[in-house]
Structure formats: structure tokens, C-alpha cells
Write a protein that binds this ligand. Structure first.
Ligand SMILES: *Cc1c(COP(=O)(O)O)cnc(C)c1O
Ligand SMILES: [Zn+2]
Length: 391
């Protein structure tokens, strides 16, 4: 069944994406007796919680990303920081979780093709996931998309369509026009994507024996992943598996922070803003389709939504690389900048356990962090060099 968390309306699963009230829908399944299939790998471990009968082989290489303590990043801090490293996903971001479930469902339901509205990670992820099962994929990008990004997406062989007109309206247009056609759009916060992406949150609490962490921090843009993490925890709770609910904190770039603005203002709803440029282009949605749901998640869990400057994001990227060995894109590093800000404000208590999700890799990006120039050595002087550094 599909349900609206805002007005409570429910719908049979006919592929509908939004409620009559305008809010996004998500799947509500009967989870009585559901369990995590610990003998399976990847997303297949959560099949009881997913709206598909099978993952068609798509789930095994997706999910089960590393979670590790990042103690060098918190030497002076009195809390324990763990990072959930989504940069190691097949196409470098958590989007692969949602794409796997979206494409598996499209196969199961007999669709001929999938589509997505994205010029970044979701486009790459959908194109790669569809390619892995031989399904047709249509990716709608803005006309001013950078060449390199086109190549990253195009290498997987989707049909890439540049769109003239207001790109911001394409999301709604695509899901309105797909009705009755055999193409399924798996956009940023549609029910199938949210179902797949909720597994990030489930894996995290599972690593803490379903009794922790105290706080969970991730960047937010459309609000899709934020809603999904909340939903994953709620599903585990509905299956009577979750012992304690973490506080959820969402981080935005200050140049484009409609959800953080609504949170700060105590507003009932998120209003669109006019954004300025940020290096964190993956989280620059000025009119987030799941903004209200993300806001509700932060409030319901006693967490929050905050914003950080580009300068703080750059610093976080540098520290993630140099102190934790993680190459994150700006959006992905926003998490660490957010955790620093929360800690400064005293929102993270002494002795608490915090998990930050590093959502995407920097391997497909220009390197913006400080890189020291190389040293130079003549072959005959190698021994001297090694004496110098090794003794
Ligand atoms: C898509 C994306 C986000 C934002 O996710 P939403 O579901 O749109 O809120 C954050 N980080 C990275 C790396 C992304 O690709
Ligand atoms: Zn509704």
C-alpha cells in the first residue's frame, strides 16, 4: 500500500507517486513478523521490508557499505563519531540503493524502460543499474550540463535528453506524464527510491544491535534520503526490532537551504527559496519535493536541520581526505561540517555516539582540497631520501 504521512491518505500500489494533497507517498507494508535476512547479502537482507518480490540479482552488489569509527577526526571531542561510507557504492553514492529497487520493480512490473530527472549521481546510478540488467534508460538533463558530467552518465549507454525550459518543473511533469505509459520514472523521492534508500538507515542501526546511535547526520536536498532513513527506522520499529530511535539531523549548504530555513523559522511547511551558487551542487534543490517530510522527520525525532557554508564544506572535504582517507564530493562532506556545527552548539552530548553518512564520492569531481606539490628525487639519491623519511 502507498501512504501519505502528511494527511494519512492511502492508495493501492498502482505506481502513483504523490498524494492528492501534493505530498510524496511512500510504501507502508505489513511488517508483522518481518526480519532481517542475515544470511543474504546487500539489499537482499532487507527483502521483507521492500515492495518487490525479488531484487532480480540487483541487490547483491549494493548496500552493506562500511561503517567505521573515525577517531582521528574527533581527537578533541567528547563524543564517538562513526562514518557510514556510501562513496564505495557501485556508482559512488547511496543513490544505487534506490536505483536497484526502482529497476527491480520496473522489471517485475513489466515496464519497458526507466527514466530519471537528474544531472548528477542519480543519473549515473540509474543509467548503470539499468545497463546491468539490459533495461532501457532515459535520463533528462538540463541544457547547460557540463561535458564531463555528460560523459560520466553517457558511458553506461542511456538515452540522454537535454531539456529546454524550466528544469525545476521537469520532476512533476515526468511523473504526471508517465501515467499509462510503460516507462517508470525513478526520481529523487518517489516511493520505490525511498524504499531502497531506507536501507542506509537500517544498516546503521543494525550495526549498533538496533540500539543506537544517539544521532544520525546526513545531507539533504530533495528530502528523499532523509525521509527514507526515517522510514527505515520506522519500519524496524513497526516490526518490533528497533530498541531506540536516533535523533535525525539533516544538513544543507547555506546557499540553498530551504528546509533548514523552515526549521529555524519554526514554519509548518518548507517554502521554495531563490538559491545562490554552492560547491555542493548535489544538494542544491531550492524547492524540495520531500522537504515537508524531512522537516517532519527532524522534528519527530528531536533532531534538527542546519546549514553550513561552502568554506566549512571545503574544510570538511579536506579533513575527510587527510584524516580519514575518504574522498568525498562536497555534498557528501557536508555531513562532517554539520556534525562540527552541532557539536559547537552543544547539540551532541558528551559520551554520545554519532553516525555521519558520507553520501557520495569525489572521484567524479574536480579536486578542490589542498594538494601539496610533489617532492623530487634523483634516482641516485633514493637511498638518501629513504634514510631521511625512514629513520
Ligand atoms: C542526491 C544526493 C544527496 C541528497 O539526497 P536527497 O535524497 O535528494 O535529499 C546528498 N548527497 C549526495 C552525494 C547525493 O548524490
Ligand atoms: Zn496527503
Amino acid at each position: 500500500m502507498l501512504a501519505c504521512d502528511s494527511c494519512g491518505a492511502t492508495f493501492a500500489d498502482t505506481g502513483r507517486k504523490r498524494c492528492e494533497c501534493g505530498e510524496p507517498l511512500w510504501y507502508v507494508l505489513d511488517l508483522d513478523g518481518s526480519s532481517i535476512r542475515t544470511e543474504e547479502r546487500g539489499l537482499a537482507r532487507y527483502l521483507d521490508f521492500l515492495p518487490v518480490d525479488e531484487l532480480q540479482g540487483l541487490g547483491t552488489g549494493v548496500g552493506e557499505t562500511p561503517l567505521f569509527e573515525a577517531d582521528r577526526l574527533t581527537v578533541d571531542a567528547d563524543y564517538d563519531l562513526f562514518l557510514k561510507d556510501e562513496t564505495v557504492a557501485p556508482t559512488g553514492s547511496f543513490k544505487d540503493r534506490g536505483s536497484a529497487v526502482g529497476v527491480a520493480a520496473a522489471l517485475e512490473r513489466g515496464h519497458d524502460a526507466v527514466g530519471t530527472v537528474s544531472h548528477g549521481n542519480m543519473a549515473m546510478s540509474m543509467a548503470a543499474t539499468a545497463a546491468s540488467v539490459g533495461m532501457e534508460c532515459h535520463v533528462f538533463v538540463p541544457e547547460d550540463i557540463p561535458e564531463e558530467r555528460l560523459a560520466y552518465i553517457g558511458q553506461y549507454g542511456p538515452t540522454v535528453v537535454t531539456v529546454e525550459g524550466d528544469y525545476g518543473q521537469l520532476y512533476d511533469e515526468s511523473v504526471a506524464l508517465e501515467t499509462g505509459r510503460s516507462i517508470d520514472f525513478v526520481n529523487s523521492d518517489v516511493p520505490l527510491r525511498v524504499a531502497g534508500q531506507k536501507t542506509t538507515g537500517m544498516e546503521i542501526v543494525e550495526a549498533f544491535d538496533l540500539d543506537g546511535p544517539d544521532a544520525l547526520v546526513l545531507p539533504t536536498s530533495s528530502g528523499g534520503h532523509a525521509s527514507a532513513v526515517w522510514k527505515g527506522l520506522r519500519d524496524l520499529q513497526a516490526a518490533s526490532l528497533l530498541e531506540a530511535f536516533p535523533r535525525l539531523y539533516f544538513v544543507q549548504a547555506a546557499a540553498c537551504d530551504p528546509i533548514a530555513t523552515a526549521f529555524r523559522d519554526g514554519a509548518d511547511d518548507v517554502s521554495p527559496i531563490s538559491k545562490s551558487e554552492t560547491i555542493a551542487y548535489s544538494i542544491a534543490n531550492a524547492d524540495p519535493p520531500s522537504g515537508n517530510r524531512a522537516l517532519a522527520a527532524a522534528r519527530a525525532t528531536d533532531g534538527g536541520v542546519l546549514s553550513v557554508s561552502d568554506e566549512e564544506i571545503l574544510d570538511a572535504m579536506d579533513r575527510l581526505a587527510k584524516e580519514a582517507g575518504i574522498c568525498a564530493e562536497p555534498a557528501g562532506a557536508t555531513t562532517l561540517a554539520g556534525i562540527d556545527a552541532l557539536s559547537d552548539r552543544g547539540e551532541i552530548g558528551s559520551g554520545e555516539t554519532v553516525v555521519g553518512i558520507i553520501t557520495g564520492t569525489g572521484f567524479t569531481e574536480e579536486i578542490r582540497t589542498e594538494v601539496a606539490p610533489p617532492e623530487h628525487v634523483a634516482l641516485g639519491d633514493l637511498g638518501d631520501y629513504l634514510d631521511r623519511v625512514g629513520s
